[in-house]
Design a protein. Structure first.
Length: 287
């Protein structure tokens, strides 16, 4: 049975079984949601005080919890000279942290969506990550109001404000891993939650990640919101971005405001995640 059929069918079946209450208790223990004030952790220390507006390199990737063989080699090789990392499906399973150690001049901020618990593997927080060689002025972690079905977990946004050389303006970075199975209305609320930060920001913006924009209704809402807030999509010279297996809609996006894109490409040959990394180089023009 297809995955998109399994989750609704399982939900219906469980709602009519005597074990339903026991299953819900098991889910709560298996997927723990910590307090939001306990859901932000940082690794490393940035080596720079501000971004060079003439050139920044950005690396956006859903890393599939860094669990695939060869992940560290790919991350380190393709991440070289990167100023800003925006990662989705980060996981504190030891593998991701070890990869971060190859970037001693970077600080990585992670926002937990939930913690997967296992007697065998221990606690493994998962969520979104922003990394930079520049010390942020402020980092915010927030969660969606809506929950994904069955496992009842939210998604986490990691939002960072980074200083820029020669100006008081900051680069706002919004890292999203979009609502997936919860429905189109939940997806819309998630995108709007992120756009709320952008609406209040006077300065350049990068809004990127795995949007899970898997159908036309979602795409229409996303594009409308971006247009309203002055964001434009990054266009890739080899567009091999991840597509939905069912609708074939692109689900990974990078949007910018106040930046001029110099080059943008997709690492379509990667085999260490089920997504392909998006990279772009840009000049910050909104100063």
């Amino acid at each position: 049975m297809k995955t998109w059929m399994v989750l609704p069918a399982l939900t219906i079946a469980l709602s009519f079984t005597p074990a339903h209450a026991g299953f819900k208790d098991w889910i709560k223990k298996k997927f723990f949601i910590p307090k939001i004030e306990e859901s932000h952790v940082s690794f490393g220390q940035a080596s720079k005080g501000a971004l060079d507006p003439s050139h920044i390199k950005v690396f956006v990737w859903n890393i599939l919890k860094a669990k695939e063989k060869g992940f560290t080699n790919d991350f380190v090789y393709h991440g070289r000279d990167t100023d800003i990392f925006m990662l989705q499906e980060g996981s504190r399973n030891g593998l991701m942290e070890r990869a971060f150690e190859f970037f001693p001049g970077h600080r990585f901020d992670m926002g937990y969506s939930f913690i997967a618990r296992s007697k065998k593997k221990g606690d493994r927080p998962t969520g979104t990550v922003i990394g930079s060689n520049v010390e942020p002025n402020y980092v915010l972690v927030e969660r969606t109001v809506d929950l994904e079905p069955i496992i009842k977990t939210p998604k986490a946004n990691t939002v960072g404000y980074y200083p820029i050389e020669g100006t008081d303006k900051e680069l706002l970075i919004v890292n999203i891993h979009g609502m997936n199975m919860a429905g189109d209305d939940a997806f819309a609320r998630h995108v709007d939650q992120c756009l709320e930060h952008i609406s209040k920001h006077d300065g350049p913006v990068i809004f990127a990640g795995d949007f899970n924009s898997k159908n036309q209704e979602r795409i229409n809402h996303m594009v409308s919101g971006m247009h309203k807030h002055g964001l434009v999509p990054v266009l890739f010279r080899n567009d091999k971005r991840r597509k939905s297996k069912f609708s074939r809609a692109i689900i990974d996006y990078s949007f910018v405001r106040g930046l001029k894109i110099k080059d943008a490409w997709v690492l379509g040959e990667l085999k260490t995640s089920d997504h392909f990394a998006m990279l772009f180089e840009a000049e910050i023009t909104d100063l």
